[in-house]
Design a protein around this ligand. Sequence first.
Ligand code: GAR
Length: 191
Amino acid sequence: MTTRVAILISGSGSNMVTLVNAMQSGDIDATPVVVISNNESAAGLDKAKALGVDAVALDHRPYKGDRAAFEADLNKILVHYNVDLICLAGFMRILTPKFPNQWKRKILNIHPSLLPKYKGLHTHQRAIDAGDENGGCSVHLVTGELDGGPVLGQVSVPIKENDSADDLSARVLVEEHKLYPAVLAEFINNT
Ligand code: GAR
């Protein structure tokens, strides 16, 4: 039976599009069943619909910081869609440890740094400020520790002299679009 995948986004959804394309073309043995955004105006929601994937907005703001209540409703959507695996792809909400515990080894995330370096935000600027030779991106399993789960795949991207964070981010994003589908395909084949 095919693996049913939910993709969680907050914004542009370019990684989501590469994952959906890879599943729909058969490069990944899985089916994208729903795209969920915590941001109602995320451009990725329309992109998902255009690809024929159900797109659901679950605005976090009415929950007024009650992450557990937000996650309970998120869970209802995931259960409704009979989801086997969750891919976070630019999903910018911090999850409580309970959520990954409910979905142990079932949540992947892409993070724009060479983990364990630069967990959290502003990863590219922090790599530049530190004088690092390389930035990059990592796909990892999500655990209760923010950006702290086991790394499944990583790509380095050289930092050029005078790179701005935006310059580096754009070059890393190109690599993200190759890394995430490759890691997801391997993960599904091996589990
Ligand atoms: C990507 O660069 C992703 O690595 C990053 O957000 C961007 C989303 O772009 N994720 C994080 O920073 C998670 N902590 P996209 O919406 O175009 O895929």
